[in-house]
Design a protein. Structure first.
Length: 265
C-alpha cells in the first residue's frame, strides 16, 4: 500500500494535464456573435483584474505569516508547506476562472445551435477544469509533502492545509462582497433610476455583477473547496499520526489511507 501512495504526486500532475486538455477542448466551441464575444471578454477581463488585485493583498498576508512561521517554528519546512498550500489554492482559482469566463458565451451559443444537451456538455466541461484543478493541485501538494515528511515529521503536512485555509478566508468573503455590492448597485441605479432592464449589458453594474459571480462562486468557492479537501485529508493523517497505542507500521498504514482515497477519487 505504501508504494501506491508514492505515486500520488504523479496522479496530481496527470490531473492537471487532463484539466488543460479539457480547457483546450472547451475553447474549440464557437463563442457566438460579436456582441456575445464582447460581453464574454468584458466579464473575463473584469474577473482577472479583480483576481489580480485581490491576490496582491493576499500575498502580503501570506508573506507575513510565512516569515512568522519560518522564525517561530522549530520545523521550518512547515512554513514552506504553508506557502505551497497557499500558492496552490491561488493557482486553482486562476485556472478555474480562466476556463469559466471563457465557457459562458460558448455554452449559450451551444444552446442556440444544438440545444440543451450540448449546452450542458460545454458548461460541464468548463466547470470541470476548476474541479480537476482543485483535486489535482491538492493531491500534488499533499503527495509531495507526505512522501518526504510522513515518516520523519508529519506535523509539516499541517502547514499545507493552513496555507490552503488562509486563501479561503479572503477569496470566499471578498468575492461574495463584491458580487452582492455590484448586484444591488446595478438594480438600484440601472433599474430604479435609469430604467434599464435587469441584466442588460448596457448597465456597467451588470457586467460587474457577472464578474462578482465568477470571483465569488468560482475562485472563492474553489478556494473554499480546496481548503476543505486538503484540510479533511490532513486532519485524518494527523489523527492517525497521534495514535501512540498502535505499532508504527500500522500507524503508517492508517496515515496512508486518506491519501489512497483521494488518489482513487
Amino acid at each position: 500500500m505504501g508504494n501506491l501512495v508514492n505515486y500520488s504526486a504523479l496522479l496530481g500532475i496527470i490531473g492537471l494535464i487532463l484539466a488543460y486538455i479539457i480547457y483546450k477542448y472547451v475553447m474549440t466551441f464557437p463563442s457566438g456573435n460579436e456582441t456575445m464575444t464582447e460581453i464574454m471578454n468584458r466579464i473575463h477581463e473584469g474577473a482577472m483584474v479583480f483576481l489580480k488585485r485581490e491576490y496582491k493583498i493576499i500575498v502580503i498576508f501570506i508573506v507575513v505569516v510565512f516569515l512568522i512561521l519560518f522564525f517561530a517554528l522549530e520545523s521550518r519546512m512547515s512554513s514552506v508547506a504553508f506557502l505551497t498550500g497557499a500558492v496552490c489554492s491561488m493557482l486553482a482559482g486562476v485556472f478555474g476562472m480562466q476556463a469559466a469566463t471563457y465557457s459562458n458565451a460558448r455554452t449559450a451559443q451551444a444552446a442556440v445551435e444544438h440545444g440543451q444537451a450540448k449546452a450542458l456538455t460545454v458548461a460541464f466541461f468548463g466547470g470541470s477544469v476548476m474541479g480537476l484543478s482543485v483535486a489535482s493541485l491538492g493531491l500534488l501538494g499533499l503527495g509531495v509533502f507526505f512522501y518526504f515528511f510522513s515518516g520523519k515529521d508529519p506535523v509539516v503536512i499541517n502547514g499545507f492545509a493552513m496555507g490552503a485555509s488562509s486563501i479561503a478566508l479572503f477569496a470566499r468573503v471578498g468575492g461574495g462582497i463584491f458580487t452582492k455590492t455590484a448586484d444591488v448597485g446595478s438594480d438600484l441605479v440601472g433599474k430604479m433610476e435609469a430604467g434599464i432592464p435587469e441584466d442588460d449589458p448596457r448597465n456597467p453594474g451588470v457586467i460587474a455583477d457577472n464578474v462578482g459571480d465568477n470571483v465569488g462562486d468560482i475562485a472563492g468557492m474553489g478556494a473554499d473547496l480546496y481548503e476543505s479537501y486538503c484540510g479533511s485529508v490532513v486532519a485524518a493523517i494527523a489523527i492517525a499520526a497521534a495514535m501512540t497505542e498502535i505499532p508504527s507500521a500500522h500507524k503508517m498504514m492508517l496515515m496512508q489511507l486518506p491519501m489512497l482515497f483521494i488518489m482513487a477519487g
